[in-house]
Design a protein around this ligand. Structure first.
Ligand SMILES: Cc1ncc(C[n+]2csc(CCOP(=O)(O)OP(=O)(O)O)c2C)c(N)n1
Ligand SMILES: [Mg+2]
Length: 667
């Protein structure tokens, strides 16, 4: 509700029409021959190589799951393996132009994306950079395995590192990219710009948007890609992520270099099925998924469908869409058409599709047709292509043997270690080196001035209570800890419903609007999943954030984010990620059954979250300050019954400076 934007009835009541632009569908139709001036022969070969690498890697997993062996070596992998055989060109096309500053998030079916993005990074980084990354990651634990007895180039070594680290993670080995704690559906490797994949369908839909918010607010280079399935377009959090990303305020209200759209691409890996439900024709109504963009904003999210069976079509789209992102005109939606021949999982009997359909897509296989075009265009001979495949088969087999060797790759079996990893228990003044963006000095702030005249203990010397207005209230205590951190930590942002201008529904944030530019304090859509989900993505990238849920009762609206995402990523990442999210939740008492519930006990039962519920201003300030100093997710409950109560217990009153509270591991 910014006052600068007047809603003029004469304008908005005028008759007219909402107009749409045509959405391009499979417009790119070029062949390798026609693209020879834009790619070198080496580049065509690298694209082919990366696709074959993914195919062989997943063929190996498929054989292990269905036959219990690969190249004659038996192995039992009881964990999941959602394969994307057939989708390789979509993954490689998506990753090809991206740099390590560009982040990708994925789904349960993202092995191919990890390898494609990893290879894209390996193609671009020099030997020194690659060696630095491999040596420093987990103190060289993964590197030590792959460099033993290897005498080839650094790039080849990095490829071994990528394949082994991913596979060891899938097999839950301590030497995996996330110490074996993530596994197939959650594996990632941030030094190559590969951010968490997600076993919850659509889980990355809002988290990735938060990563883009982090990049924007903290002036970091690069864009963010949310790789999600066509069926996930029905999921609430995906829609909420999209509506958050498309908010007008980024262009209308954010100022200076902050003005402009979020650098995020929603990349639908459209294999045309959920598990067995067909999205076009059965479970969805969009027909062509790119249509979704049309309803979101005036730019229609620059949506288009590209033929993901042709890696060059996807690369072409990414080159064009990057320009849009660089011009701060995001978000972008890409509907990347593809097909998986493999089942949803290896136990899938494909009862939902015909053999003929699968064969028709196999007949146009993305790798074979690209190879044929390369030979025809004389950028490679069949012998070149065969050698690429042979070398990959050897590499995958060698890494497979290392990954299943219990001595080389010990299993992550120790439950105590997992317990220790639930929290990082850090203490960090600021997650940013930058000077915080603020609009005035603290002592000029109207709320700070007002508070300065308040009584920090509720009673006078005779024990009589001061008037409510005179007392330093619980809401003032929370405000003091929050505003203090805003002036210390440039990465800190706060948002939620009615957080700006209104000052928060319960006036905790009065005075913050005057102090902070839009990009540090803003109103979110009424969208609890995206409020929490984007915060998770923001924190994963290295920023501190205070999302707010207006009533405890609305926690159900962000159930997945609170139960499955916020608490789990520190442990599932092998402690690579921190999660400095302080989720403020107000508890009501007088608006009936849907606005009066206290769900602290529910949340307190979730491992991986710290929970606070202060009852005095002294505690509120101390706990909020401790929460904002830490590196763990905290859910901070605030009772509406006591927002206006002063400090009645600590005789010295609520202190002006910081209080020393420490949030221990929950029991
Ligand atoms: C919230 C949620 N609901 C259901 C599932 C079970 N499930 C796993 S994958 C899948 C289909 C997802 O389809 P899509 O988003 O198109 O991705 P694809 O599997 O095709 O890559 C389902 C229903 C889940 N993991 N998470
Ligand atoms: Mg799908």
């Amino acid at each position: 509700m910014p006052k600068v934007q007047i809603i003029d009835p004469l304008e908005v009541r005028k008759p007219g029409f909402v107009e749409f632009q045509p959405i391009p569908v499979n417009q790119y139709q070029k062949t390798v021959k026609e693209e020879k001036e834009n790619f070198t022969a080496e580049e065509f070969k690298a694209i082919y190589h990366d696709m074959v690498l993914i195919r062989e890697f997943e063929t190996m997993l498929n054989l292990i799951k269905t036959k219990g062996e690969y190249n004659g070596t038996p192995y039992n992998h009881p964990g999941p393996a959602h394969l994307s055989i057939g989708q390789e060109s979509a993954a490689v096309g998506m990753a090809w132009t991206l740099g390590v500053d560009d982040f990708i998030f994925g789904s349960h079916r993202s092995h191919g994306e990890i390898l494609a993005k990893g290879m894209s990074a390996i193609h671009k980084l020099d030997d020194q950079q690659l060696t630095g990354i491999m040596e420093s990651f987990f103190d060289g634990v993964v590197y030590d395995v792959v460099k033993k007895d290897f005498t080839g180039s650094v790039k080849d070594l990095a490829k071994r590192f990528l394949v082994y680290g991913t596979l060891a993670e899938i097999f839950a080995r301590k030497t995996g990219f996330n110490r074996g704690l993530g596994g197939s559906m959650h594996a990632f490797f941030t030094p190559f710009g590969v951010y968490p994949n997600n076993a919850i369908v659509g889980g990355s839909g809002d988290i990735a948007v938060g990563a883009a918010l982090y990049k924007k607010v903290n002036r970091k280079p690069g864009l963010v890609v949310a790789n999600i399935g066509d069926a996930s377009m029905a999921c609430g959090p995906v829609w909420e992520g999209i509506t958050f990303a498309a908010m007008d305020q980024f262009r209308e209200l954010w100022e200076g270099d902050m003005q402009g759209g979020l650098p995020v691409i929603i990349n639908i890996m459209n294999n045309q099925y959920g598990m067995g439900g067909q999205t076009s024709g059965e479970t969805m109504g969009y027909g062509i998924a790119a249509r979704i963009g049309a309803g979101v904003n005036a730019e229609q999210m620059h949506a288009e469908r590209v033929d993901g069976y042709n890696p060059l079509a996807v690369i072409d789209a990414y080159k064009r869409k990057r320009k849009i992102i660089d011009e701060k005109r995001g978000p972008v939606l890409l509907d990347v058409l593809t097909y998986r021949y493999s089942g949803h999982s290896p136990s899938d009997a494909s009862s939902y599709r015909t053999k003929e359909e699968v064969e028709a897509w196999e007949a146009q296989d993305c790798i074979h047709s690209f190879g044929e075009e390369m030979v025809e265009a004389e950028v490679a001979s069949q012998a070149d292509l065969d050698k690429i495949s042979d070398d990959i088969r050897k590499l995958v087999n060698e890494m497979f043997l290392k990954a299943i060797d219990d001595e080389v790759s010990p299993r992550m079996t120790n439950a105590d270690v997992i317990g220790e990893m639930m929290f990082s228990n850090g203490s960090v003044d600021s997650f940013s080196e930058a000077e915080p963006d603020v609009l005035m000095s603290l002592d000029e702030n109207p709320r700070v001035k007002k508070i300065a005249n308040k009584e920090r203990f509720a009673f006078d010397t005779e024990g009589k209570p001061f008037s409510k207005m005179k007392q330093f209230q619980l809401r003032d205590a929370i405000f003091e800890a929050v505003i203090d951190r805003f002036y210390k930590d440039a990465s800190l942002v706060a948002y939620g419903e009615e957080n700006r201008d209104w000052g928060g529904a319960f006036a905790v944030y009065g005075g913050l609007t005057e102090a902070l530019p839009y990009h540090r304090l803003f109103n979110s859509p009424i969208s609890e999943a995206s409020i929490v989900g984007t915060s998770i993505g923001y924190a994963m990238c290295g920023g501190r954030v205070i999302p707010e849920i207006m009533y405890c009762d609305f926690l159900g609206r962000c159930g997945d984010e609170v139960f499955n995402q916020l608490p789990k990523w520190q442990a599932m990442s092998g402690n690579v990620l921190k999660m400095p999210v302080v989720l403020r939740v107000s508890v009501g008492s007088k608006y009936g059954a849907q606005h009066s519930q206290d769900w602290t006990s529910l949340v307190a039962h979730i491992p991986g979250i710290k929970v606070c519920f202060p009852v005095t201003p002294y505690d509120a300030k101390g706990l909020m300050n401790a929460a904002l100093q830490g590196t763990d997710p905290v859910i901070f409950f605030e009772s509406q019954r006591i927002y206006d109560i002063g400090e009645q217990f600590h005789k010295g009153g609520c202190p002006q400076g910081t209080t020393r509270y420490h949030l221990a591991n929950p029991m």
